[in-house]
Design a protein around this ligand. Structure first.
Ligand SMILES: Cc1cc2nc3c(=O)[nH]c(=O)nc-3n(C[C@H](O)[C@H](O)[C@H](O)COP(=O)(O)OP(=O)(O)OC[C@H]3O[C@@H](n4cnc5c(N)ncnc54)[C@H](O)[C@@H]3O)c2cc1C
Ligand SMILES: NC(=O)c1ccc[n+]([C@@H]2O[C@H](COP(=O)([O-])OP(=O)(O)OC[C@H]3O[C@@H](n4cnc5c(N)ncnc54)[C@H](OP(=O)(O)O)[C@@H]3O)[C@@H](O)[C@H]2O)c1
Length: 546
């Protein structure tokens, strides 16, 4: 007869099991490869900005934060180049209860400063104790059904690969997925037969791989090489500048950007001398824009006000065309500025970008289609250029990251046929129970967008309000998707920047907070909303002390 005695060494170590055999008196102690399942009410997947905000807001539940890598910070740690900086003003990209040390400094912090800020936030609020580093989620399984959001029953089982490649299982009642929209899974274009990188004698890499290089390695890689950068968004623009910087002097070679779609790029947050926030980030400016759940009267008013919206967009375009040599380089976009803004695609330009183009160190090639030949890249207009190195700054596939871990049928519910991710309040997928998603809806500052939703989620889990029916959530999501579709052809990026204040109003109302949060009517109408406006509300503090 076998008799088992379990002796737990500190979890999540493999557990030791002493086995006695009653007849032979053999005693063996085995370290079982199988690990004990670790239970917790809340699991947070990812330790980037969204994961940290979730851990802070849900701290009372002692959540387990599973982070695939050895550090916090997400894209700021793993997806940044030598020159990467925040492109949002720092007072907009801060936690509501943890201001930047020099918050009124108008310079944009470098990625290392952002990492310092995040480390300091996590230390201040004692968040590191929740984080399990080097814990990559590889599978999520539905364990048991539960009618109650936070009943005692385990709901999701999560398989985590640890640094020694062993598998640890966790069991959570509720999961907050914060695995990031960008980073990790690069988008690699597909090519026809004999048109892919296999025919190219040079080197091809994605910006993701490039971001792993340190300053010296990246300079060495680019120096003296004919580089092609595919893309014309923020990663591509920054890369082209780094390429130009590494190719100063006589032996330097120019870098060519392959531009499929030209987008509006902005040199700074001031347009014709006016602060940029006046155009889209105040209650008054967002009043001109369509928003979900507006009545017939407002819809009519919005139609009447559409010339004012177009005029705002035109005014910004005229400034950018005056300030930047977009026409000279054939880079004038074919769509209005508003469409880029409404899809969170506005890139802030490094100062030296066009000066380097003027010196011939950055060239542009407009092409709707391209492929490899043995010595470089060929285009649909019949032209070819030579290259030693092709860097794909072609973006990331955040949904693929989710599909890889979510079980069927839930992974099939990650997007509507329109391509938009169905998320109520940018957080809850009505088709997936006991799970929230953070960091998948974007706005001007993604930190603020995630943090306010984490506050909302904490109150939802705390039972301060209930979710509406599934039908109502789906209806709300569809209404928002319709607004995005009407505003921009790039609606698939799931961005709420033209109705962000309205979105926050609805979140506040659901949490029982006042939605108009400024001290005066003038400030309410004409000053921008940022995370400081959504600090803990007094009634909430009262609740907590009671
Ligand atoms: C280079 C760059 C610069 C940006 N600049 C700005 C900016 O200036 N302003 C702005 O508003 N937004 C910016 N963004 C958008 C940015 O994505 C958000 O601001 C924000 O940092 C996203 O945080 P996140 O936590 O949602 O995701 P991420 O930062 O991507 O974090 C996700 C975390 O999940 C972890 N993870 C992934 N898969 C797993 C898994 N299977 N198991 C466990 N852990 C996992 C990752 O390791 C990572 O730590 C930028 C994005 C990039 C790529
Ligand atoms: N703060 C910072 O300094 C900073 C730095 C880097 C990135 N970011 C952020 O990180 C996120 C990702 O940015 P990203 O620039 O890496 O990716 P991205 O915004 O998705 O841009 C991808 C680019 O690649 C192009 N592209 C994709 N496939 C292509 C193909 N087959 N042929 C030609 N061109 C192709 C796209 O063109 P189309 O437009 O035609 O699709 C686009 O120009 C964004 O939110 C960005 O703001 C911020």
């Amino acid at each position: 007869m076998w008799n088992f005695k379990y002796k737990y060494h500190h979890l999540p170590q493999p557990f030791k099991c002493t086995i006695y055999h009653s007849h032979s008196r053999y005693i063996h102690t085995y370290t079982l490869l199988l690990m004990a399942v670790i239970f917790s009410k809340i699991g947070i997947l990812g330790g980037g900005i969204s994961g940290l905000a979730a851990a802070k807001q849900l701290a009372e539940y002692n959540p387990v934060v599973l982070e695939a890598t050895g550090s916090i910070g997400g894209v700021w740690k793993h997806c940044s180049f030598r020159t990467t900086k925040l492109q949002t003003p720092r007072c907009d990209y801060e936690f509501s209860d943890y201001p930047w040390p020099l918050r009124d400094n108008s310079s944009f912090p470098s990625y290392t400063e952002i990492l310092e800020y995040l480390n300091s936030y996590a230390t201040h609020f004692d968040l590191f104790k929740f984080i399990k580093f080097n814990s990559r989620v590889i599978e999520i399984k539905l364990a048991k059904s539960s009618s109650n959001l936070l009943s005692q029953k385990p709901f999701w089982e999560v398989a985590v690969q640890t640094i020694d490649a062993s598998i640890q299982w966790y069991s959570f009642e509720f999961i907050v997925v914060c695995m990031g929209k960008y980073g990790d899974i690069p988008i690699i274009p597909k090519f026809g037969k004999k048109k892919g990188p296999e025919v190219f004698k040079g080197k091809m890499m994605h910006s993701q791989e490039y971001s792993k290089l340190n300053s010296e390695e990246s300079c060495q890689l680019l120096k003296g090489k004919k580089v092609v950068v595919v893309g014309y968004k923020k990663s591509a623009i920054d890369l082209a500048v780094e390429c130009a910087q590494a190719n100063q002097g006589e032996e330097g070679k120019p870098c060519t950007m392959v531009v499929r779609t030209s987008h509006w790029i902005v040199p700074h947050y001031s347009i014709w001398g006016l602060p940029f926030y006046l155009f889209y980030s105040t209650r008054f400016s967002q009043f001109l824009h369509q928003r979900p759940n507006q009545g017939a009267l407002r819809t009519m008013l919005c139609s009447l006000l559409s010339p004012a919206r177009k005029a705002t967009s035109k005014m910004i375009e005229s400034y950018l065309l005056w300030k930047l040599p977009l026409v000279k380089y054939g880079l004038k976009p074919d769509h209005p500025f508003e469409e880029d803004y409404a899809s969170c695609q506005m890139a802030i330009l490094p100062e030296s970008f066009f000066p380097e183009a003027d010196k011939g160190r950055i060239n542009f090639k407009r092409a709707s289609s391209w492929w490899f030949w043995e010595d470089g890249v060929a285009f649909d207009d019949g032209t070819k250029i030579e290259a030693d190195l092709v860097i794909l700054a072609t973006g990331f596939d955040g949904k693929k990251k989710l599909r890889a871990v979510l079980p069927q049928p839930f992974s099939a519910f990650l997007e509507f046929p329109s391509g938009i991710m169905p998320l109520y309040r940018g957080t809850i997928n009505p088709y997936i129970p006991n799970m929230a998603f953070m960091g998948y809806v974007e706005s001007v500052s993604n930190l603020h967008t995630s943090e306010i939703r984490c506050k909302w989620l904490a109150r939802l889990i705390g039972g301060k309000f209930k979710l509406p029916s599934m039908e109502k959530m789906v209806e709300q999501i569809k209404t928002e998707a319709e607004i995005m579709k009407k505003t921009t052809r790039f609606y698939k990026r799931t961005c709420i920047s033209t109705f962000s204040i309205n979105h926050s109003d609805e979140i506040c109302e659901e949490m029982g907070w006042t939605s108009w949060r400024k001290k005066t009517w003038l400030a309410e109408a004409f000053s921008p909303y940022n995370s400081q406006d959504y600090q803990q509300q007094d009634d909430d503090d009262d609740d907590e002390t009671n």
